[in-house]
Design a protein around this ligand. Structure first.
Ligand SMILES: [Fe+2]
Length: 451
């Protein structure tokens, strides 16, 4: 079954065996899909003439010489050179890129925000992006930015791609459609999507208003983490990731393509839709994933593992084992550890931790960290349970206990995160967050055997 046709009447590939509702399963598979029969050349990439008068074109997501190249061959109505003309710089003042250090903003601290409210102003994917933090350097392709998006309006005859980054999208409210060159991805809360660097797309509101979080990855692509002794199963299973089948539109209309390039935004005018890929094959493609498929693994006798046990995806840096970004999920799970302080322990971390709440209540912070809200525990700054969580966990009767109705995530990076002016001055920063540890008292008693 195909999904409902979108307002722009994209022609979508018939759902083939092994696909579900317009998606093909598997992480970084080498897919092939065609929206018209015979559009995809067989046995070769560059025939002298492509069927239907299509142009063949390669989209390279890695260097040609990468050990395992990621690239996709597209067969399209017009080649991409026709979707790009002279560029003009434009300003999207709320979308910032690293390095971006604001002189009179102090990023050194533990911060927490209430959900950023919708303003009533009509905002698209581009005008509604609000950068909260930046880390690293977009020009040298290291680091990341975290954003909140507030989207109420669809892009119409307007398209976008980021040459700077791949985007990991984490919806918290509302439903969005990403109509991309390689097909259609619909997402809603409890799902995520990854839009690769360089891929052209348009974002439509299926059900608004829409709010969520974006991790903009300047560095190496996200990949599934190495599993080590966990073995081949559990965590995020490759088959649960889904890439779209081919879909295209043959639309002649004055259109704008906006490009993010080295932290700056540019537009170019064209006379047609660039979403004109009729068939494609390759392993460089957008993907979605339902977080409810994430199978958490944890301690089943005593103690509390590092949160890395909940890594969904990791974007490596040039230091082995030290991620540019880890995307970590804290979802419903059973707590069964004996004689154990079960919430996250107090700690300081060389990595910088930005968290967001998708829904429910997070175990280390029963109050204040609410759905749609965010927190930042920056490089080497201490954090941990508040007084209420500490007392409850220290005195709980430790039977099996289910953490239910909870889903939070973390963008953790090896680089310190710098607050934007928006995060420091316009977003609803909780001035009293630092006070959540104030009431923790000294309990020390030097009497032998005292607990
Ligand atoms: Fe932490």
């Amino acid at each position: 079954m195909n999904r409902p046709i979108d307002p722009h009447h994209m022609t979508q590939a018939a759902t083939a065996a092994g696909t579900t509702e317009g998606y093909m399963p598997g992480w970084a598979n080498d897919f092939e899909t065609e929206a018209l029969p015979g559009a995809l050349p067989q046995g070769m990439n560059s025939p002298q003439k492509c069927n239907y008068g299509l142009y063949g074109e390669q989209l390279s997501g890695t260097a040609f010489t990468a050990t395992r190249p990621e690239r996709t061959w597209c067969y399209r109505i017009r080649p991409s050179v026709k979707h790009s003309h002279r560029y003009e710089k434009i300003d999207l003042p709320y979308w910032k890129s690293a390095p971006h250090v604001v002189d009179d903003v102090i990023s050194l601290g533990q911060y927490r925000w209430d959900p950023v409210a919708h303003s009533g102003e009509g905002l698209t994917w581009l005008t509604g992006m609000r950068t909260m933090t930046t880390a690293g350097d977009v020009n040298t392709q290291v680091g990341m930015a975290s954003h909140v998006y507030l989207v109420t309006e669809s892009m119409v005859d307007e398209y976008f791609f980021s040459a700077d980054s791949e985007l990991l999208v984490v919806p918290q409210e509302g439903r969005l459609r990403f109509a991309t060159e390689l097909g259609i991805i619909d997402i809603e809360p409890k799902e995520i999507a990854i839009i690769p660097r360089g891929l052209v797309y348009r974002v439509e509101v299926l059900e608004g208003p829409c709010r969520g979080f974006v991790c903009e990855n300047y560095g190496q692509k996200f990949e599934l983490p190495g599993r080590g002794p966990i073995g081949a199963n559990c965590m995020a299973n490759p088959r649960d990731f889904k890439s779209p089948v081919a879909a295209f539109e043959d639309r002649e209309a004055p259109s704008t393509v906006t490009v993010k390039w080295c932290g700056q935004f540019h537009t170019t005018k064209i006379g047609h839709s660039p979403l004109d890929v009729v068939a494609w094959h390759g392993n460089y493609a957008p993907v979605k994933y339902d977080l409810r498929n994430y199978c958490p693994v944890g301690a089943i006798l005593f103690d509390h593992p590092d949160p890395s046990i909940f890594t969904v995806l990791t974007a490596p840096s040039d230091v082995p084992g030290t991620a540019n970004i880890d995307f970590v999920l804290f979802r419903e799970r059973w707590m069964v550890m004996e004689d154990t302080f079960r919430p996250p322990w107090y700690h300081k971390n060389i990595m910088s931790e930005l968290m967001g709440n998708i829904y429910g209540q997070y175990d280390a912070k029963p109050q204040g960290f609410v759905p749609g809200g965010m927190s930042l525990h920056n490089m080497m700054l201490p954090h941990g349970p508040d007084k209420e969580a500490f007392e409850k966990a220290s005195n709980a009767n430790l039977g099996p206990d289910k953490l239910d109705h909870t889903m939070s995530f973390m963008f953790e990076t090896r680089f310190p995160q710098h607050l934007t002016e928006f995060a420091a001055r316009e977003a609803p920063l909780q001035d009293d967050y630092i006070d959540c540890w104030t009431s923790l008292e000294k309990k020390f008693d030097g009497t032998p055997g005292k607990k």
